[in-house]
Structure formats: C-alpha cells, structure tokens
Ligand binder design. Structure first.
Ligand SMILES: Cc1cc2nc3c(=O)[nH]c(=O)nc-3n(C[C@H](O)[C@H](O)[C@H](O)COP(=O)(O)O)c2cc1C
Length: 186
C-alpha cells in the first residue's frame, strides 16, 4: 500500500495534545495542503484563520463554553458545564476555515480543504481533530464580535476548524466501517 493510502487509513481524531507548539514549517506545510485542495470553479473560496495566541485560544474557548451552556441542547449544555472544557481539546494550534459566501460551493470547498489538512497533519505525524463547535457560536452576539476580532470578513461563513498539535495519546483504532454503503454498477 502506498504512503498516501496508509495515511488515509491510519488518520484518527486526536483529543489529547502536548503543550509544545508545532514547528513553523509543519504549520506551513499543512496550510499549503489546504490551499491546494480542489474548489468549485477553481474559486479557492477558503479563508484560513490560524490561532496560536494563548489569550485568543482561551477567548475562543470561553465563547464556545457560553454558547454551549445557552444552546438549549442537553448534550452541549453538559459539555459546556464540564470541568476543564476545551472546545479544541487544549491543542496549541487551531485553524478556522471560512468560505466566501459568494462562491456557490464554499462549504464543499472548505470541507475538502479541511480534509486535506487533516491528512497532511497525519502524514507529518501531527495530531488533528475537526472541531465544529463554532457553528453554534458565530450566530450568537458574542460569536459575531469574536468573528470580527478574529478578522474573518463579513461575507465569509464558518465551514469548520481543526485542532493541531503533537499527539499525547495512543493512536485510536478506527470504528468498524458500515457495510452496504457501496453500490458498483458495472
Ligand atoms: C463535520 C465534522 C464535525 C466534527 N466535530 C467534532 C467536534 O466538534 N469535536 C470533536 O472532538 N470531534 C469532531 N469531529 C470528529 C469526529 O468525531 C470523528 O471524525 C469521528 O468520530 C470518526 O473518528 P476518526 O476521525 O478518529 O476516524 C468532527 C468530524 C466531522 C467530519
């Protein structure tokens, strides 16, 4: 099996990270993998916000925590109230991907961008996890001002985010794959 296929099969969501920051060249390689993802009509609609500043990371977590507690959803409420809550599992790097809402396929463009970055991280031995919490945060008043503070342009919608850092846990095993999801018509 080639290295690309091995990376695809071995990547898992990592939820425990070392405090140590990833190297600048590793960050740049992961961003490059995102920037080279395909996009509808070649519009390259994805916008990357990289957060490594500890105060900003804490602020994002506070806003997520409040939004979870006020969400009206029992699952999110319990998560928000949990001790040591971290929306991004205390990772030292957090990348938010937004999409230009003028591009029809910006959600798809951003999603494939995130996929590329998850695989690039794994190929470099770096842990990653897709983090979706901001989807319920940005529509709130607190979320809107956070979006401004992060410098995300008004016409860009949140697509997804990833936590990145050196792994501080064993690689989890994959869940068994669902059967009956492939129909090959020959
Ligand atoms: C759209 C999407 C949203 C996700 N949101 C979160 C999240 O907010 N927090 C988290 O810890 N994991 C999140 N995940 C990771 C999934 O839980 C994970 O991919 C899934 O359980 C399969 O595990 P694996 O990635 O190890 O194969 C998300 C994944 C996707 C694709």
């Amino acid at each position: 099996m080639n290295e690309t296929l091995k990376t695809i099969l071995t990547r898992r969501s990592i939820r425990k990270y070392k405090d140590e920051q990833i190297k600048e060249e590793e960050l740049q390689a992961i961003l490059e993998a995102g920037r080279f993802a395909p996009s509808g009509l070649g519009k390259q609609s994805a916008y990357f916000t990289v957060v490594q500043n500890k105060e900003m990371l804490q602020k994002i977590n506070e806003v997520c925590k409040n939004a979870y507690i006020k969400s009206g959803d029992k699952h999110f409420e319990a998560l928000g109230k949990s001790e040591n809550f971290s929306a991004y599992h205390n990772a030292p790097t957090f990348i938010i991907v937004s999409g230009d809402n003028k591009a029809l396929s910006h959600i798809n463009d951003g999603s494939v961008t995130l996929g590329n970055m998850l695989l690039a991280a794994e190929s470099l031995g770096i842990g990653s996890c897709w983090i979706h919490s901001l989807i319920i945060v940005f529509p709130t008043e607190e979320g809107k001002s956070l979006k401004k503070e992060l410098g995300i342009p008004d016409n860009y919608n949140f697509v997804g985010a990833i936590a990145l850092g050196y792994k501080n846990m064993k690689q989890p095993s994959p869940a068994p794959r669902k059967e009956g999801t492939i129909n090959i018509i020959r």
